[in-house]
Design a protein around this ligand. Structure first.
Ligand SMILES: Cc1cc2nc3c(=O)[nH]c(=O)nc-3n(C[C@H](O)[C@H](O)[C@H](O)COP(=O)(O)OP(=O)(O)OC[C@H]3O[C@@H](n4cnc5c(N)ncnc54)[C@H](O)[C@@H]3O)c2cc1C
Length: 300
């Protein structure tokens, strides 16, 4: 029996699945295959499918840092399903969460339980797996600071094991995870806190985000990483690019490191705008901005 038949029999494999609804930009085409994995065995089966059909794999979290090409992704997209959504907070303050757990949910549950420190996750609309991969952070904290270990399954070998922040080489928006590594769960430390204070911090972060970011729009958060000692948004603004538009996508006039798309815009316009803004900033300031967004599929 082929891996496709094995996965097909579980109902967790679908073909030609639109990816746009699975991303915050809501743009882009379909995946040749989408596997909604519920177990580690499903992940191994998805890897076998990719290998049998000689297709690339892409692990999609909550799609809050990606842009999918119009032609979609000609490969196997893997998403973690409800089987990876468990979470628990121990009396010792150790927090265990599946790779699919939404960060804002984890932040709120931890705050309510007095497990402080992870409040910053409330402003990041990704998953635990995506946070580890990207070393997501804000408000002076980042994932590496609170992570004890992440359980990572290699789609190449089918082997899973625990990795520390050091093993993962976590630094600013960086890990050494490859496209065929899946973060299936993570263990975090926390700091005992008065729940009321933690919940107030959550409200503060939410208010700050509403005031400074283009809420309610189609975007994928920061487009560029901040260069050392500076802010990418400040640089883009300094070159006069707020409101600069290509096709259906424009540099937000609220926050110049957010590129906001019109509904139904071409994902290639996001790419073109990234290239154009990068070039203009480089020409005017000499700073080479590095994209934080991930482009999935072929962008010419
Ligand atoms: C409004 C808004 C605000 C944001 N603010 C912030 C912020 O303050 N700080 C910040 O750091 N980011 C921010 N982001 C970006 C984004 O939310 C983070 O990068 C987040 O960690 C991405 O998680 P995700 O699950 O959405 O991953 P995706 O966007 O789906 O994927 C991102 C990368 O992670 C990989 N990945 C996803 N899940 C897994 C997994 N289980 N195992 C292995 N790899 C995986 C993908 O392959 C891809 O390479 C913001 C985004 C938006 C839309």
């Amino acid at each position: 029996m082929s891996a496709r038949d094995v996965l097909g029999a579980t109902g967790r494999l679908r073909r030609d699945v639109p990816l746009a609804p699975l991303t915050t930009y809501r743009l882009g085409g379909p995946a040749r295959y989408l596997v909604e994995a519920e177990t580690e065995a499903d992940l191994v089966a998805a890897a076998a499918l990719a290998s049998e059909e000689r297709l690339p794999v892409f692990v999609l979290g909550r799609g809050s840092n990606v842009v999918v090409a119009s032609a979609g992704f000609d490969g196997v997209v893997i998403r973690l399903g409800g089987g990876f959504s468990g979470r628990s907070i121990g009396s010792d303050g150790v927090v265990d969460a599946g790779g699919a757990v939404p960060l804002p949910l984890l932040a709120r549950e931890c705050a309510r339980a007095g497990a402080g420190g992870l409040e910053f996750f409330v402003g990041i609309p990704g998953s635990v797996g995506g946070a580890v991969r990207m070393n997501a952070g804000c408000h002076g904290s980042n994932t590496a600071e609170w992570l004890i270990t992440a359980r990572v399954l290699s789609l190449q070998t089918g082997v899973a094991g625990d990795r520390s922040p050091g093993d993962l080489d976590l630094s600013y928006r960086h890990s050494n995870l490859a496209d065929d590594d899946v973060v299936v769960s993570a263990r975090f430390r926390s700091a005992a806190t008065d729940p009321a204070a933690a919940e107030e911090r959550i409200r503060e972060i939410t208010r700050w985000r509403k005031a400074t970011q283009p809420g309610g729009t189609l975007n994928a958060g920061s487009v560029f990483k901040n260069p050392p000692g500076d802010a990418a948004g400040r640089l883009v603004d300094s070159v006069g690019l707020k409101g600069f538009r290509i096709g259906g996508v424009e540099v937000s006039s609220r926050h110049a490191n957010f590129f906001v798309a019109d509904a139904g815009a071409a994902p290639e316009d996001v790419h073109a705008l990234v290239v154009a803004v990068r070039e203009r900033v480089r020409a005017a300031t000499g700073v080479e901005l590095e994209p934080e967004l991930r482009f999935v599929g072929v962008f010419e």
